[in-house]
Design a protein around this ligand. Structure first.
Ligand code: CAA
Length: 257
């Protein structure tokens, strides 16, 4: 498949998607989101891929939803287009996604990063929800996922007052996994994704789902789902191999079965 606004490549078991609208700071128009969803779904179906990385460029991960695309829209048009429904497809991706973030990570860009499972940030990354400055508010999960990640106090400041936070602040707040120099942020993200991709595929899939359920269900439901997934993994060859390898003091060989 040829894409207009993204670039894709594979690095061993890692599928990499780069947002590619550098002049517009990778603003997320409908086509970008459509292509991103298609590319991630394709990697998700590919048994040769175990984990994915989504990135932008050094200047911007993404500066938000495309303001020019929606500036003149009425409520009815926004509801009819329902562009944000496309984001639900990202949440249905079963393999883990690492966001590699440098520069501006704003509005829909920050919502995209927080919809990923892990975030590797460059020291230059700036995270924010500046929609308030446009007379609107976050619309793709920003009030929900950001708040769960950083807590109410900081989320209120970012959402109500449009405050940008630095990569170090994001690390302290629990928004990102690690902060590294800009020269290596993408390599670090690919390395982390590669490590995850080398693990037992079915266990990774159910574990991702279980951790995400912690934010999307009541505690009792999440704990019950986790227990079911844990028991279910005992019918996989990988569970037998993983535990036997531990007992025999050797490295396991995963089959994804
Ligand atoms: N949509 C469309 N175009 C955008 C954009 C966006 N979100 N962000 C930047 N651009 C465009 C600019 O219009 C500019 O285009 P031109 O060269 O044609 O004028 C180009 O990208 C470069 O941007 P700037 O000249 O503004 O660069 P800068 O370095 O001076 O400023 C910035 C960078 C602070 C990120 C600034 O561009 C900015 O404030 N961007 C908007 C950020 C924003 O408000 N994001 C939220 C969008 S709404 C949203 O995301 C809703 C949601 O929840 C789903």
């Amino acid at each position: 498949m040829t894409y207009q606004f993204i670039l894709t490549e594979t690095r061993e078991r890692v599928g990499l998607v780069r947002l590619n609208r550098p002049k517009e700071l990778n603003a997320l128009n409908s086509m970008v989101m459509e292509e991103l969803a298609v590319a991630l779904e394709e990697f998700d179906r590919d048994p040769g891929i175990g984990c994915m990385v989504v990135t932008g460029d050094e200047r911007a991960f993404a500066a938000g939803a495309d303001i020019k695309e929606m500036a003149g829209a009425t409520t009815v048009e926004m509801v009819q287009r329902d562009a944000i429904a496309r984001w639900d497809r990202l949440k249905r991706i079963k393999k883990p996604i690492v966001a590699a973030v440098s520069g501006f990570c704003l509005g829909g860009g920050n919502e995209l990063a927080t919809a990923c499972d892990l975030i590797v940030a460059s020291e230059t990354a700036r995270f924010g929800q500046p929609e308030i400055n446009l007379g609107v508010m976050p619309g793709a999960g920003g009030t929900q996922r950001l708040t769960r990640a950083v807590g109410k106090a900081l989320a209120m400041e970012m959402v109500l007052n449009g405050r940008f936070i630095t990569a170090d602040e994001a690390l302290r707040a629990g928004l990102v996994n690690r902060v590294v120099p800009v020269e290596v942020y993408l390599d670090e993200a690919v390395k982390l994704a590669g490590e995850i991709a080398a693990r037992a595929p079915l266990a990774v899939r159910f574990a991702k789902e279980a951790v995400n359920n912690a934010f999307e269900s009541f505690l009792a439901d999440g704990v019950a789902d986790e227990r079911r997934a844990f028991y279910m993994l005992f019918s996989t060859e990988d569970q037998k191999e993983g535990m036997q390898a531990f007992i025999e003091k050797r490295k396991p060989e995963w089959k994804g079965k």
